[in-house]
Ligand binder design. Structure first.
Ligand code: AMP
Length: 428
C-alpha cells in the first residue's frame, strides 16, 4: 500500500504520467458481477454496472457510462450462461464508449476476494500459487471464494497479459492480536480446522478509518477510531493508530451486529437446541441464521427505511427490531471503547450508517459519559461528503463517512501495479 516505500523498480514520476492509469474493479458473486472502471490519475469513475442472474434465462446487464457528463443506464436482458459470457458482455458495453478491455489505457484488473485467510495481508498480484491458495480457502468461504476465483480466471483468460490483483476483505483485519482473533475453544481443534476470527468488510473499514483521520486533519497513525459499517451486512471494528485490533465478524460474516437478514451474535447452543429439540438440519439452521434472522426475522423487513416508517407509525414489532439492533450496536461501541482505551472518533458508514439519522442518534444516546453525542441539526444533514455530526468541542468526534470499496480496491490495485506499493506475491 502507499505507506510502503517505493521499491527499486518503481516508475519515475514522468513515466507514471504516461503509464496506463485505468483500473477495472470486479466484484464477482455466485450469480452476479459488479464492476467499475476508474481512472486513477484523477480518481474519476468512467463506467459502472452490474450483471445479475448469471446462468438463468432472465440475466440482466445494467451498464452506466459516466464519461462526458454521464448518460442513462443501458439495460440488456436475456440469458448470460456463465461468468465468461458475463465478462464478455461487460467488455462489449465498455467498448461501445471507447473503454474496451483491449485498451492500452487499462493498467490492471482489481478483484474483490472475500477470504484471504491469514496468508494474504495485502493486495496481491495473482499468479498460479495465489489462485491455489484462494482455492484452498474455499472451505472457510464456500459462498464467496469460488465466485471470486471464477471472476479472476475469466478476466485472466480475456486479458492474459494484464496484471490481475486480488484485494482481500479479510486483509485489514490480519493485524488483530491473537487475544482478539482466537475463540476460546480447544486450540488443536481450532488450528486443525483453521477456526478463528478473520473479520470481513476490511476494505471498507480500511477506507473509512483513513478517511475519518483525514476528516480530523490527522494522520491515521495518530487516531483511534471505531468504524460502524452498517449496511445490509454490518460490522464494527476497533482501529488503533491505523491498524485493526478487533472486529465484530468472525470465522464467517455471521457473527457480531444484528444485520438485515443475519442474526449476529447468538449463543452457539441455540444451534444444538434447534437440532436436538427443533429437529432442524444443519442447512436449515444455516439458512435460518444467515437469511431469515436479523431485522427480517424480527419484524419481516430488512430495509431500515421501511422499519423506521413502521416505527413512526407505532408498529410495536418494528420498534422491538429497531431496539434490538441499537442495543447490540451500543454494546459494540462500549466494547471497542474499552478495547481501544482512548477513542478519537466513531464513524458511521454504509447504507444504514450513511443515511439513517435515527440509527446514529439512538446508537450514541446516553453515551455522554464516554464523551459521545450527536448534534441533532448536523445529524439531519444529508450529504455524500464525510462530515462531523458531534457537537463542537466534543471529546470524541462522531462522523458520517461514506464508504467507497471500489475506489479502495482500485487504489490498492493501482498502487501495486504502478510500483508505489511494495510489489510482492502478498504471501506471508
Ligand atoms: P448497503 O448494504 O451498504 O448497500 O446498505 C443497504 C441498506 O441500507 C438497505 O437495506 C437499507 O436498510 C439501508 N438504507 C439505504 N438507504 C437508506 C435510507 N435513506 N435510510 C435508511 N436506511 C437506508
Amino acid at each position: 500500500m502507499s505507506s510502503h516505500p517505493s521499491p527499486a523498480g518503481a516508475l519515475p514520476d514522468e513515466q507514471r504520467q504516461a503509464a496506463p492509469s485505468r483500473v477495472l474493479v470486479l466484484n464477482s458473486g455466485s450469480s452476479s458481477v459488479k464492476y467499475q472502471l476508474l481512472d486513477m490519475r484523477n480518481h474519476s469513475r468512467l463506467a459502472m454496472g452490474l450483471v445479475e442472474r448469471i446462468g438463468e434465462r432472465t440475466s440482466r446487464l445494467t451498464h452506466t457510462p459516466l464519461t462526458g457528463g454521464g448518460a442513462e443506464p443501458r439495460e440488456t436482458t436475456g440469458p448470460i450462461a456463465d461468468h465468461e459470457a458475463a465478462l464478455k458482455s461487460v467488455a462489449e458495453e465498455l467498448a461501445k464508449d471507447g473503454l474496451g478491455l483491449d485498451s492500452p489505457e487499462l493498467a490492471a484488473i482489481g478483484h474483490r476476494v472475500v477470504h484471504g485467510g491469514l496468508k494474504f495481508t495485502r493486495p496481491t498480484l495473482v499468479d498460479d500459487t495465489v489462485l491455489a491458495e484462494i482455492q484452498r480457502l474455499i472451505p472457510v468461504a464456500p459462498l464467496h471464494n469460488p465466485a471470486n476465483l471464477t471472476g479472476i480466471l475469466t478476466a485472466r483468460a480475456l486479458r492474459p497479459d494484464l496484471p490481475q490483483v486480488a484485494v482481500f476483505d479479510t486483509a485489514f483485519h490480519t493485524t488483530m492480536p491473537e487475544s482478539a482473533a482466537r475463540y476460546a475453544i480447544d486450540v488443536k481443534t481450532a488450528d486443525e480446522h483453521r477456526i478463528r476470527r478473520y473479520g470481513f468488510h476490511g476494505t471498507s473499514h480500511a477506507f473509512v478509518s483513513r478517511a475519518t483521520a483525514k476528516l480530523l486533519g490527522k494522520d491515521p497513525s495518530e487516531v483511534n477510531v471505531i468504524v460502524l459499517h452498517l449496511g445490509n451486512g454490518a460490522s464494527a471494528s476497533a482501529v488503533r493508530e491505523g491498524r485493526c485490533v478487533d472486529t465484530s465478524m468472525g470465522l464467517t460474516p455471521l457473527e457480531g451486529l444484528v444485520m438485515g437478514t443475519r442474526s449476529g451474535d447468538t449463543d452457539p447452543a441455540v444451534i444444538f437446541h434447534l437440532m436436538r429439540v427443533g429437529g432442524m438440519s444443519t442447512d436449515e439452521i444455516d439458512t435460518l441464521l444467515n437469511k431469515k434472522s436479523g431485522l427480517i426475522g424480527l419484524c419481516g423487513d430488512n430495509d431500515m427505511r421501511e422499519i423506521r416508517r413502521r416505527v413512526d407509525a407505532g408498529d410495536e414489532q418494528a420498534r422491538l427490531a429497531f431496539d434490538i439492533y441499537i442495543h447490540r450496536l451500543k454494546k459494540y461501541i462500549g466494547a471497542y471503547y474499552a478495547v481501544l482505551g482512548r477513542v478519537d472518533a466513531v464513524a458511521f458508514t454504509a447504507g444504514v450508517g450513511e443515511n439513517a439519522a435515527p440509527v446514529r442518534e439512538a446508537a450514541v444516546a446516553g453515551l455522554e459519559g464516554l464523551g459521545l453525542a450527536v448534534d441533532g441539526e448536523l445529524n439531519a444533514v444529508r450529504s455524500d461528503e464525510p462530515r462531523l455530526i458531534s457537537p463542537e468541542h466534543a471529546r470524541v468526534a462522531v462522523a458520517v463517512v461514506p464508504t467507497d470499496e471500489e475506489l479502495e480496491i482500485a487504489t490498492q490495485t493501482y498502487a501495486l501495479v504502478s510500483g508505489s506499493a511494495e510489489r510482492s506475491d502478498g504471501l506471508t
